[in-house]
Design a protein around this ligand. Sequence first.
Ligand SMILES: Nc1nc2c(ncn2[C@@H]2O[C@H](COP(=O)(O)OP(=O)(O)OP(=O)(O)O)[C@@H](O)[C@H]2O)c(=O)[nH]1
Ligand SMILES: [Mg+2]
Length: 218
Amino acid sequence: MKDVKQYKGVEGHKTFKVTIIGLPKSGKSTLLYQFAKLSDPFTRQPGYFETLRDERPVTLQTSGGAVNCLFIDNNINDYANARPDQWQRIIADTDCLICMCECNAASVQQAQYLIQIFRQYQNCLTLLVANKSDDYDPDQIKQGQLDGYASQVGAVGLMISAVQGLNFDHLQFIIADLLMNPRQKYGNIQAVQSMPKRAQPNRPKNLVPGGAMGGCCM
Ligand SMILES: Nc1nc2c(ncn2[C@@H]2O[C@H](COP(=O)(O)OP(=O)(O)OP(=O)(O)O)[C@@H](O)[C@H]2O)c(=O)[nH]1
Ligand SMILES: [Mg+2]
């Protein structure tokens, strides 16, 4: 069997929790499946009406070695209105947060809001991932604009297409490298670590009324 290079030290043996949250229908399950396939090509696809928390072990390969992760999709249909106890469950021990949206300004602003709610509880490596970059969308933003939105909330921004695999390799490397070498500079990663927890996030106007304290089924 081929010898897999492994990071040395405590971190090399750790399993990092990577939690995927985001807007409804933004492609969370599709992205989870793409990651799961890296370690098991025959892994099952997430069900269309999945309601259970979906956890998949994934080994990310980098030039420095293998990084063990557990990718989690909590399958909450409306994160903007999730209850504090649901957020606590989402957040528990998360090492890396992936917040997904689509590639237009309105969607990205809603994702910023979700990141700010998360930050009320915990700071960790955060990626603002704008999906469906393959879609024709007249309002599609550019990577530079996404970088600006991401930096406002101390995240690293990346446009991808989960279905077509655009930028998927890059996403893997960013996650693995930043988890193993948190001092590396990707966008505003330095800011993530030094960012204070926000008191109360500003709710974007394009969100339906309710609030982080509102009800939501899990
Ligand atoms: N064009 C395009 N469509 C995508 C992409 N990723 C996901 N989709 C489509 O978007 C729809 C929703 O994808 P899901 O992965 O189910 O999204 P989700 O965020 O898990 O949805 P919920 O869990 O129901 O909130 C599906 O029809 C996917 O095929 C992408 O990169 N490009
Ligand atoms: Mg889903």
